[in-house]
Design a protein around this ligand. Structure first.
Ligand code: NAD
Length: 359
């Protein structure tokens, strides 16, 4: 097949890790006979420096005219001042809105070869295979906000605001995903306190009733934070609002041991999906060849599966990652010093994975 993939390296370690994912995609193209056109564009701080905008029009046109977008990460100390009018994360939020990708999928799967990389006990993390579906284009990050003065005190507020339609489509998305997995879905809310969560639960209950083949449950977000540590392997698909998802996915990432292992896909009803590692631009590691590229490589595998419908190719990439880990290769973040392990840099890790595709 022919496919055009927009590649946005971004800032910090972004260019290094994205280069490894591109190496892997090119290898998949060679082995399986596909013609992938990888076209690079500017986003985040790099785009601000070059054009004054975090998401230049040229990048927007590139993304909407492609089959999928692969992104590294944005941000860094140079642009970190929250008072700056133009900031790198505007590029990311703008891209999500532009592509209308309302469902952010974050799988957490623990490799049997990395049980000891997690701060949790191996018997707790062994066998964990869950996906968090985070609502991405609504909620408190987009609701009304402001500041005002009352009785001589400065106040600030942000509004959690969801429509039935926004909740319905993301819960349905989670149910469809659960159907292809272990048929269990958990909706996470704070319905004992928040009105927006009461609507969320009402809509989720109604969507669940249309999926009698699924086992479904509602979990309060505070309890969910605890269960993710105590019994993470009991979850299959979890669905939640934008802010709850932001927080719980970082918590869930620790189950797998390193942020450098976790991919993500952002999807909507449109054609173009956005794929990126869940971590940021780790500026202190930029240019040192120490960052773990596996989260970005696994994001490329999700791109093959969800945007290009190349399931066999996606599995080939995931198996290659497992093979490299089984053989003992580790970047610094997942290296434990055990005798069977060999520490490798970003570039070498990418090459090792690429070599194992079709080998
Ligand atoms: P971060 O995810 O960049 O780094 C947190 C820590 O995780 C790092 O210190 C590092 O130890 C580790 N880490 C992350 N990715 C790794 C990798 N691939 N390999 C090895 N270790 C890795 O988060 P931060 O330090 O809070 O933020 C740094 C910058 O990234 C900030 O400017 C922030 O705004 C930005 N950020 C961007 C995104 C994004 O682009 N999606 C997300 C979060 C943060």
């Amino acid at each position: 097949m022919r496919a055009r993939i927009a590649v946005l390296p971004g800032d910090g370690i972004g260019p290094e890790i994205v280069a490894q994912a591109c190496k892997v995609l090119e290898r998949v193209g060679e082995v399986f006979g596909h013609d992938f056109e990888l076209v690079t564009g500017l986003v985040g701080g790099a785009a601000i420096d070059a054009t004054g905008s975090a998401l230049p029009e040229e990048t927007q046109a590139l993304c909407t005219g492609s089959d999928a977008v692969l992104l590294g990460a944005v941000g860094g100390p140079k642009w970190d001042d929250p008072r700056l009018p133009v900031r790198p994360e505007q590029g990311l939020l703008g891209l999500r809105k532009l592509l209308d990708v309302f469902a952010n999928l974050r799988p957490v799967r623990v490799s049997p070869y990395l049980l000891h990389a997690s701060p949790l006990r191996p018997e707790i993390v062994s066998g964990v295979d869950l996906v968090v579906v985070r609502e991405l284009t609504g909620g408190i990050y987009f609701g009304r906000r402001g500041r005002y003065n009352e009785n001589g005190q400065e106040h600030a507020f942000d509004t959690e605001d969801y429509s039935r339609r926004e909740i319905e489509r993301v819960v349905r998305f989670a149910c469809e995903l659960a159907k292809q997995r272990r048929k269990h879905v958990s909706s996470v809310d704070k319905a004992n306190v928040l009105e927006s969560s009461r609507l969320w639960r009402e809509v989720a209950t109604s969507v669940f009733s249309q999926y009698p083949e699924l086992e479904s449950e509602h979990v309060l977000v505070d309890a969910c934070a605890m269960f993710l540590i105590r019994r993470p392997s009991s979850f299959d698909v979890l669905v939640m609002s934008n802010m709850f998802g932001d927080i719980l996915t970082d918590e869930a990432s620790m189950i797998a041991g390193s942020m450098g292992m976790l991919p993500s896909a952002s999807l909507g009803e449109g054609r173009v999906g956005l794929y990126e590692p869940i971590h940021g631009s780790a500026p202190k590691y930029a240019g040192q060849d120490v960052a773990n590229p596996l989260a970005t490589i696994l994001s490329a595998a999700m791109l093959l599966r969800y945007s290009l419908r190349l399931v066999q190719e996606a599995e080939a990439v995931e198996s290659a990652v497992e093979a490299v880990l089984r053989e003992g290769y580790r970047t610094r973040d997942i290296y434990s010093g055990a005798p069977e392990e060999e520490r490798v840099g970003t570039e070498r890790m990418g090459t090792l994975v690429a070599e194992r595709i079709g080998a």
